[in-house]
Write a protein that binds this ligand. Structure first.
Ligand code: IPM
Ligand code: MG
Length: 351
């Protein structure tokens, strides 16, 4: 496989370096090529997603992505801000299906701010639509009205095919798990979401073995804290999925542990931790590389069909947690707090 490595900003380069070390250690025939993205690319080449970076990605089988975001660049026009790189990649490769699993490892039950009995054994999968919705809907902008008052506006929109394809992905994922799918919408208020619900119900007819339920997003936000284990697979739109997946990550104790996969119809994918660039700890060597290492496992599984190698990585991560290695974000008294590199070393040793 040819893997396009895009470390990005903040802690991105540190955590991606560990994931690449882990991938190299597997003895597979993998080729790596690296390019700048986000704020780093803006500084080097004047654009957060330069054509040369896009071209490298096009020549690859998968993208391993770190993080983008740099508050020093927040005053740039929107199209030059670091975040445009990830949005641009999602759009350029049609990565409409975003898998965000949230798994509670037994050793980390106490790392969550929720009661252990609420989160112990949690294993849910959020499937977020990633290329539509208010994130990309036109028109959008900030305009000045006739009375001189400024107004900001964005447009939520979903076409039927956009809903259908992500619904199929979600039903198929549920089929491989506990066969329960909860579609999260806001059909009581928004027309876009009424269509969402209708289309999901229609697609569901093809999956009679999967139990389909529906929940309004405000209730879903509440139920995720009240009784998260009621869920198996959740499917939702781009913006609701952005919010609910951060919430779900906190059930597991640390956003530093959650990987993600963003796939198109051909299983080409971008793999990234769900956390951001964490500028406050960048360059200190203390960031948790496990979410990125687990994203590399997803890369092997989804884009490479290399299930055994993916499991090897996942087993190694479980083992280092069982051995008591912890980065600062999940540190516990009495256990061994390590930095980014040492955590990578521990995973390599476990492998
Ligand atoms: C995410 C992030 C991105 C998003 C940002 C960085 C554009 O929050 O991947 O969840 O909003 O989708
Ligand atoms: Mg987000």
């Amino acid at each position: 496989m040819r893997i396009c490595v895009l470390p990005g900003d903040g802690i991105g380069p540190e955590i991606v370096a560990e994931a690449v070390r882990v991938l190299r250690a597997l003895g597979l025939s993998l080729e790596f090529a690296e390019a700048p993205v986000g704020g780093a690319a803006y500084r080097a080449l004047g654009h957060p997603l330069p054509e040369s970076t896009l071209e490298l990605a096009r020549q690859s089988d998968a993208i391993l992505f770190g993080a983008v975001g740099d508050f020093n660049l927040d005053t740039l026009p929107r199209e030059l801000r670091p975040e445009q790189a990830i949005l641009g990649l999602r759009k350029a490769f049609n990565l409409f299906a975003n898998f965000r699993p949230a798994l509670v490892y037994p050793e980390l039950v106490h790392a969550s701010t929720l009661k252990p009995e609420v989160v112990a054994g949690l294993d849910i999968l959020i499937i977020r639509e990633l290329t539509g919705d208010i994130y990309f809907g036109q028109p959008r902008g900030i305009r000045t009205l006739e009375n001189g008052v400024r107004e900001g506006f964005d447009t939520m929109r979903y076409s039927e095919p956009e809903i259908e394809r992500v619904a199929h992905v979600a039903f198929q994922a549920a089929r491989k798990r506990n066969k329960r799918l909860c579609s999260v919408d806001k059909a009581n208020v928004l027309d876009t979401m009424q269509l969402w619900r209708e289309v999901v119900i229609a697609v569901g007819k093809e999956y009679p073995d999967v139990e389909l339920s529906h929940m309004y997003v405000d209730n879903a936000a509440m139920q995720l804290l009240k009784n998260p284990k009621q869920f198996d697979v959740i499917v939702t739109g781009n913006m609701f999925g952005d919010i609910l997946s951060d919430e779900a990550s906190m059930l597991t104790g640390s956003i530093g542990l959650l990987p993600s996969a963003s796939l198109n119809e051909k299983n080409f994918g971008l793999y990234e931790p769900i956390h951001g660039s964490a500028p406050d700890i960048a360059g200190k060597g203390i960031a948790n590389p496990l979410a990125t290492i687990l994203s590399a496992a997803m890369l092997l599984r989804f884009s490479g069909g290399l299930n055994a190698a993916a499991e090897q990585i996942e087993t190694a991560v479980k083992r280092v947690l069982a051995q008591g290695y912890r980065t600062g974000d999940i540190a516990e008294p009495g256990l061994r707090t390590v930095g980014t590199r040492e955590m990578g070393d521990a995973v390599l040793a476990a492998l």
